[in-house]
Ligand binder design. Structure first.
Ligand code: PLP
Length: 402
């Protein structure tokens, strides 16, 4: 077995050591990133990259937003952690702020640590509130990798990785209300939906679909859950997709958040209506780390930074600019999604090759399960001039691979 002594760290780089000592689970970009600021990250050898992937949709406030960093430093010196068995000023602030910005009837929050955990707890809340067990999700869905969430995931190979799956998960066709109606019987506790399916290639439905889902849930006593792990916290140009025009104004009974919520400090949350929350009794839900002070300081500072820097207004303005610029490309069939969760759809399967070329030009982008779609999840502070840089390199990359 190798020990620390076998390495001369001056000769063996971090990438090699990571691959030697970590279980290799990710196809990585060949970059060792050491610092970041705004929409940019920097590697060990001082090269700068424009990050249109936003650190996996996490860096909504931009990398190392000064307000978030200052709040974390201040909190770290005061108290790193105490669990939910005590009250906390910063937890109270985070909960109050989230509930204030949430569309009604969402009125209570439960904090946890990640997106998958938020979805697990959302499904549990729905089962407790309805006394039913089944959950309907959709073709192309991705809800996480823990047992219940992976069983609710119908994209690609993921669900099989969670075998034996949690029973009672049903799959409807994304965008087809008829297929939901067929499954939505008196055994169904919840319909769980990513209102924009990100990993499936940034797919969204018409507002009428969300409206019909809401009506069906009301009629049949089913809880509606929006998984806003990617769409939440300002990414679509509004605090949440829920309640927006694109959602037909629909607000779910439970809404889950993670990713951007802590600007990179792990945190997840379930927002719930009073009706759902009142069905939850002491000890029905729990977590050691959820609601910890450092994470709560990150939540408060993240929400404040988005407000103070008018980042949602920026998203709407810069999205419109990007769409105008991409309309000039004959290779682009369309731009899916909303705000800064965008899927640039090309006329052929070029997303993988484009991603590689763009990386060579120092621009990080994402792909999806659709080989025609290049996925963009940039920090909400991305500027028009940074869009221009992307457009210039996209033109060059397309010409090269033509
Ligand atoms: C829509 C959606 N839900 C849930 C998750 C799982 O979140 P996490 O990786 O924090 O568990 C993800 C992660 O990519 C996601 O995109």
């Amino acid at each position: 077995m190798r020990t620390k002594e076998t390495f001369n760290h001056a000769l063996v780089d971090s990438a090699t050591r990571e691959d030697l000592f970590q279980v290799v689970t990710y196809q990585k970009f060949p970059l060792t990133v050491v610092r970041g600021r705004g929409a940019w990250v920097e590697t060990t050898d001082g090269q700068r990259f424009l990050d249109l992937y936003g650190g996996h949709a996490v860096a909504a406030t931009g990398h190392c937003h000064p307000h978030v960093v200052a709040a974390l430093k201040e909190q770290a010196e005061r108290l790193l952690f105490y669990s939910n068995v005590v009250y906390s000023d910063v937890r109270a602030q985070a909960a109050e702020k989230l509930v204030q910005i949430a569309p009604r009837p969402l009125a209570k929050v439960f904090f946890c640590n990640s997106g998958t955990e938020a979805n697990e707890n959302a499904m549990r809340m729905a089962r407790l509130a309805t006394g039913r067990e089944r959950i309907i999700t959709f073709t192309g869905s991705f809800h996480g990798r823990t047992a219940d969430a992976i069983s609710a995931t119908f994209l690609g190979k993921y669900r099989d990785l969670g075998r034996p799956n949690v029973p009672g998960h049903l799959c409807a066709e994304f965008g087809s209300i008829e297929s939901v109606e067929r499954l939505a019987d008196e055994k169904v506790a919840a319909i769980l939906i990513e209102p924009i399916q990100s990993m499936a290639g940034v797919r969204m439905a018409e507002p009428e679909f969300y409206e019909k889902l809401r009506a069906l849930c009301d009629e049949r006593g089913i809880a509606l859950i929006f998984d806003e792990v990617q769409t939440g916290v300002g990414r679509t140009g509004t605090w949440f997709f829920a309640g927006s025009e694109a959602a037909g104004g629909v607000v779910p009974d439970i809404l889950t958040l993670a990713k951007a919520l802590g600007s990179g400090v792990p945190v997840g949350a379930c927002l719930a209506s009073e009706r759902i929350a009142s069905a939850i009794r002491l000890n029905d839900l729990g977590t050691t780390f959820g609601g910890g002070m450092l994470a709560m300081a990150a939540v408060v500072a993240t929400l404040e930074a988005i407000e103070r820097d008018a980042l949602m207004e920026n998203v709407r303005r810069v999205e419109a600019h990007l769409r105008r610029r991409l309309a000039d490309f004959s290779e682009v069939k369309g731009v899916r999604g909303r705000g800064f969760l965008l899927g640039v759809e090309f006329v052929s399967d070029v997303a993988g090759r484009l991603q590689k070329r763009l990386l060579e030009a120092h621009i990080i982008t994402g792909t999806s399960s659709d080989p025609r779609v290049l996925r963009l999840l940039p920090p909400l502070c991305l500027s028009e001039s940074e869009v221009e840089l992307f457009v210039e390199h996209l033109r060059a990359a397309l010409d090269e691979i033509a």
